[in-house]
Design a protein around this ligand. Structure first.
Ligand code: SF4
Length: 358
């Protein structure tokens, strides 16, 4: 069935009534960013919830808002501090964009969010769906959204036969999302669609028997809920290899801050073999004569990114005393206080393993 045929067959008014009735008694009404739904907190939550589940986001959100209660606080902070509150959430470009956007809002928009959709989308990290969510949830103005959850619900609603990420399918789904936006209770409608995707129309085993929009759903009618949406075609992921040299003292670990652009941009990571060799060349007398180190290998581990897999070989160089030098370009960070510096989650796991075993 083509989109216009679906839309002709769809009773939009009943769809809204059934969805909003369900949302009133079964939707999520106590999320920490909902009370009150300010543009600032809505924006932070929307960015955090990209590619991340709400349950994971909540503690990060609470810590972040405690540290940066206002846009001014966020803009005035350093990127390193913002990243340290993001450590563990992944996709660090989101945090850097938050920081950049806070500065832009303060300097170019008087500290306010622009109230038109087009301008909102010009801000770093705010795409069409995020702009739509801020617009509807914080300003209660009508706009379509198409985040991962909503995309799945709409794909099933029309029983889409190919991967929703294809350009022609995205066009269809945006048109459908736009068509479904009501004229009233738009904030509740948007939250209801997000909640339906997260709680009922889940990726595996959707709870169709209690779904409020079941009577409109083509995938349900065709018994296609297990094959719709069609998954992304498989790609062969490239593999990269890296070695991390973890030089540790009883209290600290020697780390190097990555450049702000690129992999784990702005985060603190162990030096590569080359940088570590350089450090040994500078300080071998201290390292090897005064405090003979213990060298050991930890198991190679894999970290999966969106576009490639990274295999890391960790080598631990354990100094028995904290040395009185800091090699050029590196810095000692407290290994028992990981929240003091921004780091990638695999490093946290490694340090915790080392802390437990020593
Ligand atoms: S009926 Fe099932 S597949 Fe269709 S929208 Fe509801 S939960 Fe999703």
């Amino acid at each position: 069935m083509l989109l216009h045929e679906h839309l002709k067959a769809l009773d939009v008014l009943t769809f809204h009534t059934q969805l909003l009735d369900w949302y009133t008694h079964s939707g999520r009404h106590t999320l920490p960013w909902q009370h009150p739904p300010l543009p600032y907190t809505t924006w932070i939550s929307e960015i955090m919830c990209q590619q991340t589940q709400v349950a994971t986001v909540i503690p990060y959100f609470n810590r972040f808002i405690q540290a940066f209660p206002t846009l001014e606080d966020l803009a005035a902070s350093s990127e390193a501090t913002v990243l340290s509150y993001w450590s563990g959430l992944g996709y660090y470009a989101r945090a850097r964009n938050l920081h950049r956007t806070a500065k832009i809002l303060l300097t170019q928009f008087n500290g306010h969010f622009p109230e038109d959709l087009e301008t909102l989308q010009t801000l770093p990290g705010i795409g069409r769906s995020t702009a739509g969510a801020i617009y509807t949830l914080a300003f209660n103005r009508p706009a379509p959204i198409l985040d991962g959850n909503v995309k799945r619900v709409l794909a099933r609603l029309i029983d889409l036969k190919s991967w929703p990420g294809l350009p022609e399918n995205l066009k269809t789904l945006w048109a459908l999302s736009e068509r479904l936006v009501p004229t009233q209770r738009v904030n509740e409608y948007t939250q209801a669609m997000m909640d339906l995707g997260a709680l009922i129309c889940t990726r595996k085993q959707p709870l169709c028997s209690v779904c409020p929009i079941q009577s409109h759903c083509q995938a349900y009618a065709q018994a296609h809920t297990q094959i719709c949406p069609v998954p992304r075609p498989k790609r062969i992921q490239p593999i990269r290899y890296n070695t991390w040299v973890l030089i540790i003292s009883p209290t600290h670990i020697l780390l190097k801050q990555n450049p702000s652009k690129g992999l784990w941009g702005g985060l603190w990571c162990p030096p590569s073999i080359e940088a570590a060799m350089d450090c040994f060349a500078q300080h071998h007398v201290h390292l090897f004569k005064k405090t003979p180190p213990t060298v050991s290998n930890l198991r190679i581990f894999k970290h999966t990114f969106t576009h490639f897999k990274l295999y890391i070989t960790p080598i631990v160089i354990d100094l028995s005393q904290h040395p009185d030098f800091t090699p050029n370009g590196l810095q000692w960070q407290p290994r028992h206080h990981l929240d003091h510096f921004a780091h990638p989650s695999p490093l946290a796991q490694l340090i915790q393993r080392i802390n437990r075993s020593i």
